[in-house]
Design a protein around this ligand. Structure first.
Ligand SMILES: [Zn+2]
Length: 89
């Protein structure tokens, strides 16, 4: 393990909704992660829940537009390495 006194070492994770400063394990730079949201299990559960509650078909697609219900993928903006994923479940 190499210690770098100048750069505050950001622990990998916990990842959340927002970009976090991490040391990329691939290009060894301290970067601010790029966050992309993808539909996760909770999105589908939420969709199913809405459907069961009697919402019309259109409404049950709403969760797919809500980033808060999605997994957040953190990637390195420099080398595109996947740094971590924040999962809802
Ligand atoms: Zn990188």
């Amino acid at each position: 393990m190499m210690a770098n006194a100048q750069v505050p070492v950001a622990a990998i994770g916990p990842f959340g909704d927002s970009p976090v400063q991490v040391a990329c394990p691939n290009c060894h730079q301290t970067v601010v992660s790029k966050v992309e949201h993808s539909s996760g299990l909770l999105t589908y559960l939420f969709c199913g829940g809405l459907f069961l509650c009697g919402f019309v078909l259109g409404c049950c697609l709403i969760p797919f537009c809500v980033d808060r219900l999605k997994n957040a993928q953190h990637t390195c903006p420099t080398c595109k390495t996947l740094l971590g994923v924040y999962k809802r479940l």
